[in-house]
Each structure stands twice: as structure tokens, then as C-alpha cells.
Design a protein around this ligand. Sequence first.
Ligand SMILES: C=C(O[C@@H]1C=C(C(=O)O)C=C[C@H]1O)C(=O)O
Length: 327
Amino acid sequence: MRELYSVALSDWAERVNAAAVAAQPFFFLLDFELLEPRLYTESEWREQQLVSFAFPGGEGGVRAQRDAVSLTAHPIPTRRYREAFDLVQSGLQRGDSFLTNLTFATPIDLQGSLEAVYGNVSAKYRVWLPERFVAFSPETFITIDAAGFIRTSPMKGTALDTPAARSELVNDPKEVAEHATIVDLLRNDLSQVARGVRVSAYRYLRALETHEGGLVQTSSDIGANLPEEWREQLGYTLLRLLPAGSVSGAPKPATLDLIRRAEGEQRGYYCGIAGYYDGRALDTCVLIRFIEQRDQAYYFRSGGGITARSNWASEYAELNAKIRLPA
Ligand SMILES: C=C(O[C@@H]1C=C(C(=O)O)C=C[C@H]1O)C(=O)O
């Protein structure tokens, strides 16, 4: 398996394995295309501040600021969205894919800096890579506890947090089917690296607060047992699970090809993962709810899952509805 990876990725995986075995804390970033793997030691984030992150059980990075931050989106032209959507639809109709996550970068005006966004918003996971991006993600990719129990909580299905939209989300056959597809895909992914795969909670609703009103998402929890010596293989285990099913689709190889053709640009760290190992256990998130800085411009990256039953206008609306700052 190892020879399939680039030198940079194998090197990254070996360094992850070594640090995990040595009980040395580390933080990492992996981009969607797996071209720019990064691994940071404690002094690189604490003293040199090459990256900042705030994870549920972990590090804080810079403290919350009080500067006002806000954003104004300039939605991408519907024509551009439809072209990509139609390309994805033809792949879905041919049966190359049965679920494809289609995303775009929407230009935004940002009042405040990436740092100010990082310091002001609340989210389960926050990551700030200076000059590059800030992410405020609600989505866990996987966690591994000290005993080697691996868990994942895919989020699939998003709606505004109103009673009507909630019940539509819960009852919509398309949403039900998409969610089942993702849970299946992740069960399969986990079974590649672990044993005793089980779903402990299925399709529960979770509210997400934002500056401009709430969103709800449907999530599930899936878990399994890694081999006892899991730390020795941690880097390669992570690579085998990527890209994350919830932000790619199924089946993965053909779907990734469809995504590349439809989106026409790399996702970079958006839809990649970030992880924090505290010396014993690992927590990772999917890098969504993502503001990117390119040259002197800012873009909000967002998207959602498309199936053969999807309709372009509601998918376009979902992509735009996600362009918000959490409270
Ligand atoms: C890629 C994104 O969304 C993904 C797709 C979701 C969906 O289809 O409901 C929800 C969360 C993400 O896993 C994003 O929000 O940017």
C-alpha cells in the first residue's frame, strides 16, 4: 500500500507514526488533493505560531477578539453553477456516481481579517493558517481514543433551523437516501482499517448557530476497533480513509473524477482534514465552513451532496445558505 503514496505523503505518514508512538503531541493539515501535507510540533504552534487551532479537548491558539467581523457574499452566477451541476448530473445518470459533493468558491467582502474571524466565531473546530485560510467546522472526521476505538460522525443533510425546514429535512426521501449512502460509505471505509464496525446513533438532528440564524444538520455516529498497535500505523490509516466520504461522495474514484471536471480547480485545504494528537488520542475535523485568502481576495467555499434526484436551484440555495459566520 505504501508505495502508492508520493514521497511527501509517505514522509508525512512516517512522521505521524513516529510522533504517535513517542507520545509527542502534534497538529496536522491534509489538503483534499493530498499535495500539501503538513505536520506541526508543539513549538511550531505555541512559540512560532505557524498555525492556530482550537479543538474541543485541545489547544486554544490566539484568544477570542472582540473586533466586529462580517461578510457580504457575491454569489457565483447561476449559469456557472448549472454547467457544473449538469455535468455532475450526467455522471449520476450514467451511474458513474450515486452521490457527488459539488462545491464552489464564492467571492466575499470580508470586514475583518482571517485572524479576526478565527478569534470571533465559535465552532466545534477552528483552524487558522495565516495568509491562507480560516475554517470554523462543525464536522468531526474521525476520533481515536487512547484504547484505539475509532469513531466518525458524518453530517449529511442541511436545512434552515425552522420547524418546517426541519421536518422537510427529516422526511425528504432524497435526504434519507443520501444520508444512508454516506453512512454505508463510511462503514466501508472504517472496515478497511478496523474491526467490529457499528452505528451507535443514526441520523440525529444537530443545530448550528450562525450570525444570521441557525442551520440544522443530520448526523450519525459510527465506531470500530483499531488494532492494538494502531499508533505505529496512524499516518497510513488516516490516508486510507481519505478523502472524507461526506465531502466527496460514492463510489470514490469515479466521483473524484467527476468533481475534478465539474469544479475545474483544486479544493486545497478546503474539504481536507485537520488533526490534533495530544500524546494519547486523536481528534480530527473536516475542513469545511472555510474562508480562503488568495492574493488580496477572500472566498467562502461551500457545497453539498448531489444525487440523481437533486434539483439545481435548491442545491445552489444550499451552497449560498452555508455562507455565514457562526455567532
Ligand atoms: C462540502 C460541504 O458540505 C458537506 C455536505 C453536507 C450536506 O450535503 O449536507 C454537509 C456537510 C459537509 O460534509 C460544505 O458544507 O462546504
